[in-house]
Design a protein around this ligand. Sequence first.
Ligand code: 5GP
Ligand code: MG
Length: 184
Amino acid sequence: MKPEIKLYDKTFVPSIPYASLCAAIDAVADKINTDFCGCSKPPVLLCILNGSIMFTAELMKRLNFLCELACLKVASYEGTHSTGKVHQVTGFTGNIKGKDVIIIEDIIDSGRTIESLVDIVKNEGANSIRICTMLFKPSAYKKDIRIDYAAMNIPDDFIVGFGLDYNDLGRNYKDIYVLKEESK
Ligand code: 5GP
Ligand code: MG
């Protein structure tokens, strides 16, 4: 890992190494495999762009049942804070009507995004919905929706890397970095 990275005006320091992310993804994939092994129809993995692109790729190669993939882009964050308003930026890249959907998120913070996503996916006619997130901030979460799968719980800090950005930069780092104290 780099000792620090600079994105625009902010400095980030190492937080979660790639190896730890992989171990957590192994464990969450095992749970999903157990739950979906022998399922009668292939579920759809719904990758929420752009943040969960790297997580979805790592996760799906560990899944050993038949599944489909669709993507949807939503946005709510500007800079290091959520705007509170979630908007759908694209349509679904695949058909989810009547399908069992596993929403794949990069990170769940206040829960506003996942709450809106569940509504959007229900309105699209999904048969069932499960939620899988790479990272979960339990102390920031304000909703009652059950998070079926969370690879890792983290504190309520702003992080980048492994798909997560600061104003569109930083997604390509394979390790996760956290905002340095004096950069806040
Ligand atoms: P929520 O709606 O749960 O408050 O926030 C969820 C969305 O906000 C995530 O999908 C992600 O795009 C963004 N987000 C939340 N926390 C972080 C963070 O620590 N770093 C980055 N880069 N994005 C975050
Ligand atoms: Mg996101």
